[in-house]
Write a protein that binds this ligand. Structure first.
Ligand code: HEC
Ligand code: HEC
Ligand code: HEC
Ligand code: HEC
Length: 413
């Protein structure tokens, strides 16, 4: 009871957090009706000490086995619920009852519980001191640092390519392909093809062999994000004649003016003419084996190839669809918009994620992604998170200090 009293005192201090809603004002005369909308129900939020005492009994009988009486869980994938926002706790138990979250242990725990028990036990756990955050693990921190910004890592790799391909992938040496405006997938496939000998070129084979798979992906992303420019190399053919030939036999795959929308068909806009001509010869001779291109070049004479090269070299390449991935810090900014500063939500129906167990956090993000757990706010977001993002975010929030918030009714004006 001492703890409870302390918390009531603290309540007054926390008023300045400004979390009071209009609903709070009317909740002085506490609505008792069950079946209210759980998303706005304020009963658990504005519970009295005696309500919380009753909730404690429910916890003892039905929850403590897994969540502990203190709400600090010790089991894998079992969330901490101490200090969690009470409106959220109550709403989630209703979700388990309604079959919206399939976890069997929880469904069994709340299946036959009446509404009164639910909001009171939510109030009890919500009133407790949150579990302490995990300490910063130096090993994990080193791992996170090593998972450096992929674009920066790509730039470091690209430093050894600039001598031939130009600093940002814009060629100024005839015979060297432009590397800007290439879709990262085509870029990656091309380097792998050099590596495994499918595409024959001794020099590029050697260079590609020196790069790890991660290097290849990073450098592909780096070039895809550079400003696209035409190669600064001469093109001798007749571009007007080339335009006609291109429209007749190439545009279907390589797009209008050499800008493609498919990841597997390379961009030709702005490409170095000499490289272009070499590539066409290689398809013709079979030195570069590709069935689609073999057919496309079969009937072309040297003059037409030269004209096509001149036409494409003059076209303006466009930016690729590639986007730099967000860093963990940038993700956190987005998450905090809803979940509160460092995951400390000030909305009684929005879950706090500060100090939450990382294993549970990861499990939940996966559940949103697969649709096992439904939330319009979370599913769109979790779909774009990579596995590395999920791990980094779960680890980040597990280290944040959780702060409880007490909701106190203000008298109506
Ligand atoms: C047999 C073990 C077990 C018991 C008993 C149990 N829980 Fe749970 N609880 C879990 C597990 C596991 C999860 C995570 C389930 C999931 O991923 O959906 C969970 C999740 C929850 C959640 C969702 C938390 C969140 O952050 O979304 C709430 C709320 C909760 N429990 C409250 C309770 C209450 C209150 C009781 C007692 C009435 C209780 N639980 C009894 C194991 C248990
Ligand atoms: C010594 C000069 C040289 C260096 C250094 C070099 N390249 Fe190349 N690269 C070439 C040449 C020449 C070709 C064209 C080979 C061919 O005809 O297939 C090429 C082709 C490529 C292609 C295929 C382009 C396409 O449109 O299909 C990619 C991708 C590529 N290089 C990436 C790189 C990367 C990444 C590096 C640095 C790690 C690099 N290259 C370093 C000379 C070089
Ligand atoms: C049926 C679809 C198709 C048609 C038609 C087609 N291409 Fe291609 N082209 C491709 C694909 C796919 C590749 C990638 C092949 C590879 O990986 O080597 C490619 C590759 C190329 C390349 C190599 C680009 C690079 O960066 O290395 C050039 C040059 C090229 N095409 C020119 C042409 C021209 C000129 C025509 C018209 C005469 C043409 N293509 C018609 C599908 C097509
Ligand atoms: C637009 C608002 C919004 C944003 C942005 C947002 N969330 Fe959420 N999040 C929610 C809502 C609403 C819920 C509760 C959904 C439910 O009932 O399942 C939630 C639930 C969660 C949960 C489950 C909490 C629990 O205890 O089970 C986790 C974990 C979570 N979010 C993590 C994140 C992370 C990480 C990010 C950033 C990548 C993020 N959220 C961004 C609104 C948001």
């Amino acid at each position: 009871m001492k703890r409870l009293r302390e918390r009531m005192i603290r309540a007054a201090l926390l008023l300045c957090l400004g979390v009071l809603t209009a609903a709070a004002a009317s909740a002085q005369s506490r609505p008792a009706a069950a079946g209210k909308d759980p998303a706005t129900d304020m009963r658990a939020v504005l519970a009295s000490p005696s309500d919380i005492g009753e909730g404690r009994k429910v916890a003892q009988a039905s929850c403590a086995n897994c969540h502990g009486m203190d709400g600090h869980s010790t089991g894998k994938n079992v969330p901490h619920i101490a200090g969690q926002r009470p409106g959220y706790l109550y709403a989630e138990m209703r979700v388990y009852q309604a079959g919206g979250r399939p976890d069997k242990s929880m469904v069994d725990a709340v299946k036959f519980m009446n509404d009164d028990a639910l909001w009171k036990v939510a109030a009890y756990y919500g009133s407790l001191e949150p579990a302490p955050p995990v300490a910063v693990d130096p090993k994990a921190a080193a791992k996170a640092a090593a998972r450096a910004d992929p674009v920066k890592a790509g730039k470091a790799v690209a430093d050894s390519c600039g001598g031939c391909h130009g600093e940002t992938g814009v060629s100024s040496m005839a015979g060297m392909p432009n590397l800007v405006a290439l879709d990262p997938k085509h870029f990656y496939d091309a380097t792998v093809a050099y590596k495994n000998g499918q595409r024959k070129h001794d020099m590029m084979k050697q260079i590609a062999a020196g790069m790890s798979d991660a290097d290849l992906k990073n450098v592909a992303l780096f070039y895809a994000l550079q400003k696209p420019e035409k190669a600064k190399t001469p093109a001798a053919g007749d571009a007007t004649a080339g335009e006609r030939a291109a429209a007749a036999s190439c545009a279907g795959c390589h797009g209008d003016r050499g800008v493609t929308s498919s990841a597997t068909v390379p961009n030709l806009a702005g490409q170095d003419a000499e490289y272009f001509i070499e590539a066409m010869r290689a398809y013709k001779s079979g030195a570069r084996s590709d069935e689609t291109m073999k057919n496309a070049v079969a009937k072309l004479d040297e003059a037409t190839i030269k004209n096509l090269a001149a036409y494409y070299a003059k076209q303006q390449p466009l930016p690729t669809k590639a986007r730099a991935p967000l860093s963990t810090a940038e993700w956190v900014q987005r998450c905090d918009r809803c979940h509160g500063v460092n995951g400390n939500s000030t909305d009684p129906h929005m879950p706090a994620i500060a100090g939450q167990r990382a294993d549970y956090h990861e499990k939940v993000l996966h559940a949103y992604r697969t649709g096992e757990r439904k939330s319009s706010a979370m599913s769109a977001m979790s779909g774009t998170l990579t596995e590395a993002d999920v791990e980094a975010l779960a680890a980040y929030y597990a280290r944040q200090k959780p702060r409880s918030v007490i909701y106190v009714p203000v008298p109506a004006k």
